[in-house]
Design a binder for this molecule. Structure first.
Ligand SMILES: [Fe+2]
Length: 352
C-alpha cells in the first residue's frame, strides 16, 4: 500500500468568505478562516483549503473559473513517497517543498502533490436496515442527527482531454487500480491504499457538455447513509444553497456503477460538492468492468433524465480485467459511440 487517498485539495476561488460559509454549512470542520485563506477538515484528516484564485501559492491557472487547482494524494511513508517520486521524475518535472510535499503536473494538465499522511480512522455506525421478515432493528429507532458531518473525501472528478491517458499515468506512476469504464464517458480508479469504488474519475472533455480540456468537475464526501445524505441536502437547501443540477442529476439518485447514493450541491468554490453514501468498496480481487454509459449511470433517480429512461438502454456490461475496452476510446480515435454520445446535453452531465 502506498497512496491512502485524497489528503487535501486546494481550491482557487473568487470569494473566500462565501466559500468558507458554504463548507461550514456543508458540515466540514473549520480549522481556520481568514480573508485570504480558509481551511476545513473531515474526520479522516483530509483537508479542504480555499485560497483566492490569483494567490501566488497556487500553480499556474490551467482552466477558467473556480475549482480544485491542486490535489494532494496522501502517501503512507516517506519511503513510498520517495519511490513514487523516482518514477514520476522520469516523466514530469517535480518541485520539492519545505513541508516535505512534492508537486508536479500530470500530462493531462492536472496539478498534483504527494505528501506523507497520517490518515486518521473514522467512526461510522450506519443503522441496520429492516425488510419484511429480515428485522435488524427491533424496538430501536434510527439515529437522530442534527446535521450531516462528512467523514472522508471519497473522490475527486476532473475533465480530461485524454481520459484513457490520464488513467494510464495514474496506473503506471501512482499505482492506481482500475475500477470501471463507462465507455466514451470516462474511467473510475482508486488509489491502492483505499477501498472506495473510486478515488478519482476522469470525464471525457470531448463530450458535448464538457469544457475544452482539463477542468474540475466535483468532489464527493463520504457520509453514513441515505438519511445523512438527505439531512445534509435539506439543510443546504434551507440555507439557500442551490442544486441547479437537480433536474440533471435527478436529485437524490443511486448510480449503477459504484452503487453509490448521491446528492449534489452547487459549490461556490467550483463545480459541485457531493454527499456520497453506500458506495461499493473494492479490493484487489475486484474485476473491472466496461459499461454502456446509459446502463451504468443510474440504478434509479428521483427524476431520471429522458436519455437514461426508455427501452433502448442495452444491458451492456462486460468484465475488462485486460483493459481491452480502452482502445477505441484513445485520444484521436473516432469513438464507436460518437453519435449516441453527441446526444448528451448539459442536463445529462451529473447523471454519468
Ligand atoms: Fe461523484
Amino acid at each position: 500500500m502506498s497512496i491512502l487517498g485524497v489528503e487535501s485539495v486546494v481550491f482557487g476561488v473568487e470569494d473566500v468568505e462565501t466559500c468558507a460559509r458554504f463548507w461550514r454549512d456543508f458540515g466540514l470542520v473549520e480549522i481556520s478562516c481568514a480573508a485570504d485563506e480558509a481551511v476545513f477538515e473531515v474526520q479522516s484528516g483530509s483537508k479542504v483549503i480555499v485560497w483566492h484564485g490569483d494567490d501566488g501559492r497556487l500553480p499556474p491557472r490551467n482552466f477558467a473559473g473556480n475549482g480544485i487547482r491542486l490535489t494532494y494524494w496522501g502517501v503512507d511513508t516517506q519511503e513510498s513517497l520517495d519511490r513514487l517520486v523516482a518514477g514520476i521524475e522520469t516523466m514530469c518535472e517535480v518541485s520539492r517543498h519545505a513541508d516535505g510535499s512534492v508537486i508536479f503536473q500530470a500530462p493531462d494538465g492536472q496539478h498534483l502533490g504527494l505528501r506523507v499522511w497520517a490518515k486518521r480512522r473514522v467512526l461510522s455506525c450506519p443503522d441496520p436496515v429492516n425488510a419484511p421478515d429480515n428485522i435488524k432493528r427491533l424496538n430501536q429507532h434510527r439515529q437522530w442527527r442534527q446535521k450531516a458531518i462528512p467523514k472522508t473525501i471519497n473522490h475527486v472528478v476532473f475533465f480530461s482531454p485524454d481520459y484513457v491517458g490520464s488513467y494510464e499515468f495514474y496506473r503506471d506512476k501512482l499505482g492506481f487500480r482500475y475500477s470501471d469504464h463507462s465507455k466514451g464517458i470516462g474511467i473510475f480508479a482508486r488509489s491502492d491504499g483505499t477501498f472506495e469504488h473510486h478515488s478519482i474519475f476522469w470525464v471525457n472533455s470531448d463530450l458535448p457538455f464538457a469544457p475544452d480540456g482539463h477542468a474540475f468537475m466535483h468532489i464527493a464526501f463520504g457520509v453514513d447513509d441515505i438519511d445523512e445524505v438527505m439531512l445534509g441536502a435539506n439543510i443546504m437547501e434551507k440555507k439557500g444553497w442551490k442544486n441547479t443540477s437537480m433536474n440533471a442529476s435527478g436529485g437524490i439518485s443511486r448510480h449503477r456503477i459504484s452503487s453509490a447514493i448521491y446528492y449534489y450541491v452547487d459549490n461556490p468554490a467550483g463545480g459541485e460538492a457531493e454527499y456520497h453514501a453506500d458506495t461499493d468498496y473494492l479490493d484487489d480481487n475486484w474485476v473491472p468492468r466496461a459499461w454502456d454509459f446509459k446502463f451504468g449511470s443510474l440504478l434509479w433517480a428521483n427524476n431520471a433524465l429522458p436519455i437514461f429512461r426508455g427501452d433502448d438502454i442495452p444491458w451492456d456490461m462486460s468484465f475488462d480485467a485486460e483493459e481491452k475496452s480502452f482502445d477505441p476510446y484513445r485520444k484521436g480515435k473516432p469513438s464507436p459511440d460518437v453519435e449516441r454520445l453527441a446526444a448528451l446535453t448539459k442536463d445529462d452531465e451529473h447523471a454519468i
